[in-house]
Design a protein around this ligand. Structure first.
Ligand SMILES: Cc1cc2nc3c(=O)[nH]c(=O)nc-3n(C[C@H](O)[C@H](O)[C@H](O)COP(=O)(O)OP(=O)(O)OC[C@H]3O[C@@H](n4cnc5c(N)ncnc54)[C@H](O)[C@@H]3O)c2cc1C
Length: 460
């Protein structure tokens, strides 16, 4: 590419253009998952929609591979690419809360924590994920599950409107009334359809919650999984509760005597008082043995959201695989116990996130996100700080997934897939919606310009 072409592009941007050799290049290209090491040709740190349009036009006209980066949390590193252009949205911060309408407008560089912080001041929250450093962009476009899902639905179920820069550089708004087909595709279709430059969400009254983890020795995991399976679908929807098979981290503030112990954990969030929360949880807790320790208590919602952040800073090795689960028969629980007993590192885990309640009240064809009849979204994540453990955590995640996947519904959450899953997995995930998604891709991105994602190919 000629220097003049690049200079022109640089001058057209308000934000910095970071190329190889730039002092900030190595820092700017880093992703959350330390297992992924991509070297883009240039990173356009956009600060407004004009920058995004300039970057998309420049990338397309110069035949560059384009990656869109929100929070950079994608497991397979889909927020970057080798030898192409990164449209980096991370400088586009800003959250505007409309307390009267309980609506929250979010810029695409925001993290989950940015949104929680701004909304909390108004006694509100947008249903989304459980780790504050996750980017709201990728999380939303893939679906978005978290503590508030049972009561208020997926993040996409609370999306009212999105501004989008399309592959041809044009700018549109998508909502139920404006470009409704694009709005349908955005809700679950990932970054396939354009660069979202603004999200408008419905928020809900959430402020101080009764929440936290309860840890049991893993020898009780069979009983806890059975009781959890039977209890949660009938529990009040104000109670979000996910189950984890994990290890007590050998670090403060965990009790020293329990460090390194394999555990089964219930991590809960009751949107209400401790008294009501205890009442809601009593039916399951009274059937379980005394825990190793119980950290339930009242806390501001953003504090709960940031609870795990210190344990998993940027740069660790991650390999994950997911499945949607409609039922959890005893046979499946046995397969879980067998694989969990082989967990290779302290941080590696299996989580079962509930996706019942409000998620089921949306029809399967109402959004691209199709798994409306699943009960849980499962993730198996092999995690470790050391690159030396990369193979071990990858092997374990794959073997665990192979053992339990026969008990799943076939598809999996696109945000819990790596880059090696193949089109068959996307087909299984989107089910009856897949053909329509490929038709939408043909309409909005016929040349597949946006293909650094869980890629939906244009029909035909
Ligand atoms: C520690 C951790 C915890 C997590 N917890 C949860 C959870 O509780 N719930 C949950 O649902 N998911 C969770 N996830 C998964 C998360 O949703 C995905 O990793 C998601 O891709 C992160 O989005 P991002 O913007 O940070 O990622 P990026 O890597 O920046 O982008 C991911 C994908 O989204 C696309 N994209 C991002 N922003 C835009 C945009 N504005 N316009 C168009 N495309 C865009 C990118 O092109 C890319 O394909 C978690 C991930 C991690 C690492």
């Amino acid at each position: 590419m000629r220097d003049e072409t690049k200079s022109k592009f640089r001058e057209s941007l308000r934000g910095p253009l970071i190329e190889r050799g730039h002092p900030d290049y190595n820092e700017a290209r880093k992703l959350y998952n330390g297992m992924i090491d991509k070297h883009p040709l240039m990173i356009a740190r956009c600060v407004d929609v004009a920058d995004v349009r300039a970057a998309v036009n420049f990338g397309r006209d110069n035949g560059l591979l384009i990656a869109i980066r929100g929070g950079g949390h994608s497991g397979p590193g889909l927020g970057s690419c080798d030898d192409g252009l990164v449209v980096d949205l991370s400088l586009m911060k800003g959250v505007r809360v409309d307390p009267k309408k309980r609506r929250v407008r979010v810029s695409p560089g925001c993290t989950q924590g940015d949104v929680d912080h701004a909304a909390h001041a108004f006694g509100l929250a947008v249903p989304a994920g459980i780790v504050s450093t996750t980017g709201i962009g990728g999380l939303t476009l893939g679906g978005g599950t978290g503590y508030l899902t049972r009561k208020y639905g997926l993040t996409i179920d609370n999306l009212i409107e999105a501004d989008v820069v399309l592959a041809d550089g044009s700018f549109v708004t998508a909502s139920k009334t404006e470009n409704p087909d694009l709005f349908w595709a955005l809700r679950g279709g990932g970054g396939n359809f354009g660069v979202v430059t603004s999200f408008l969400f419905q928020a809900h009254p959430v402020h101080t919650v009764y929440a936290g983890p309860i840890f049991w020795d893993q020898k009780h995991a069979r009983l806890i999984m059975q009781r959890y399976r039977d209890f949660l679908p009938g529990a009040p929807e104000d109670l979000g509760m996910f189950l984890g098979l994990k290890t007590v981290p050998s670090t403060d503030p965990f009790p020293r005597g329990e460090w390194g112990k394999r555990v089964c954990v219930l991590i809960s969030c009751y949107n209400g008082t401790a008294e009501h929360g205890e009442l809601a949880m009593r039916p399951i807790l009274k059937e379980l043995p005394p825990p190793l320790f119980n950290w339930m208590g009242m806390m501001p919602f953003p504090a709960l959201q940031a609870m795990f952040d210190p344990l998993i800073p940027k740069g660790f090795q991650w390999y994950w695989k997911g499945s949607f689960v409609t039922a959890l028969p005893d046979q499946a629980i046995e397969a879980h116990l067998e694989s969990a007993a082989k967990t290779p590192t302290e941080l590696s885990l299996m989580h079962l996130y509930p996706i019942d309640g409000a998620v089921h009240r949306v029809a399967k064809d109402e959004t691209a996100w199709n798994a409306r009849d699943a009960m849980w979204s499962m993730v198996i994540a092999g995690i470790d700080p050391s690159p030396q453990q990369a193979n071990a955590v990858t092997r374990w995640s794959k073997a665990y997934w192979d053992a339990v996947h026969p008990h799943s519904s076939g598809g999996g959450y696109v945000n819990f897939m790596m880059g090696d899953e193949g089109e068959g997995r996307l087909n299984a995930t989107y089910g009856d919606n897949y053909a329509r998604l490929t038709a939408m891709k043909k309409k909005y991105d016929p040349a597949n310009l946006f293909r650094v994602n869980q890629n939906v190919r244009p029909a035909g």
